[in-house]
Design a protein around this ligand. Structure first.
Ligand SMILES: [Zn+2]
Length: 287
């Protein structure tokens, strides 16, 4: 296992204490040497919420804050929530509920504005937005881009990071440019589920060895994640909660100590303004 003084952060996972493994997944992460987590709320539909307006997101966000507080208590470092609206919601609202793309976009913006209130209160670290990773009609694509741009303007107002779920891409400079137009620096935009190279936002690299190796060798800022979904119906859908600590051990064995520091100390500071070293008490389990 890595040196207990080394912060080990999973930048994007979900915890579902009601239907999934919840805190048992946090314990697995910790036992392997994990110290810090960024927990993203599950898509609203996973918790059975039917969205009619921004307020419908509140129980989803509150449940996330509860589980993050419990996770923080179990870690030698801490856990932070990132709240927002999964871009796939647009399809549910348009295809399943028959709403216009415009109306769907408005509802999603209401959800983001509610998430922004939590950031403003210091209860959440950042926002989550993006656009569908699959083909959608032009009007849905436009609505999705409008939602994402609103997330950037909220991030700029709040001076917080915005995590994105987007199509597979190694060049999102256009999107990062939209963020910069609103006053949000490109490095505070994080592409979740990134591969080893990305122009524009900061990549949160899925912890596959090939991608991590590429990111480590490039030397640019990057984060590491699993996108663990904690969904009992999709057990093998993504990487498990032990993966980031395991891959940190592997990076160390490969001689990439500098990249470990980049991904777990320097980039978290650059993107979120958090200090993973000051918030780490190797002897304790309190965040
Ligand atoms: Zn996710």
């Amino acid at each position: 296992m890595t040196d207990p003084d080394t912060p080990v952060l999973d930048n994007h996972l979900h915890l579902d204490p009601d239907n999934g493994r919840g805190l048992a997944a946090v314990d697995d992460f910790r036992r392997m040497g994990g110290t810090h987590l960024i927990v993203v709320n599950k898509p609203s539909w996973h918790l059975g919420q039917d969205v009619e307006g921004g307020e419908e997101f509140r129980p989803v966000f509150d449940r996330t804050l509860d589980v993050v507080a419990e996770a923080a208590d179990r870690l030698p470092g801490t856990a932070w929530p990132v709240l927002g609206v999964h871009p796939g919601l647009v399809t549910r609202l348009v295809d399943d509920r028959g709403l216009s793309p415009e109306r769907a976009g408005d509802l999603m913006i209401e959800g983001l504005e509610l998430a922004a209130d939590y950031v403003a209160e210091g209860e959440a670290l950042g926002l989550k937005s993006g656009r569908p990773h699959y083909d959608v009609p032009e009007a849905v694509w436009e609505a999705s881009n409008r939602v994402m741009r609103r997330a950037f303007s909220l991030g700029a107002d709040l001076d917080c990071a915005v995590q994105l779920h987007t199509e597979e891409s190694e060049d999102l400079t256009v999107v990062a440019g939209w963020a910069e137009e609103t006053g949000l620096p490109a490095h505070r935009v994080v592409k979740h589920y990134a591969s080893g190279r990305l122009a524009g936002p900061t990549p949160s690299v899925m912890s596959e060895k090939d991608w991590l190796q590429e990111a480590a060798e490039r030397g640019d800022p990057f984060l590491m994640e699993t996108d663990f979904v904690d969904d009992p119906d999709r057990p093998g859908a993504v990487l498990g909660p032990k993966t980031v600590p395991r891959r940190v051990d592997w990076l160390e064995a490969e001689g990439h100590a500098e990249a470990i520091r980049t991904a777990h100390v320097e980039t978290p500071r650059l993107v979120y303004g958090v200090d993973t070293e000051a918030t780490l008490d190797p002897g304790g389990e309190n965040g």
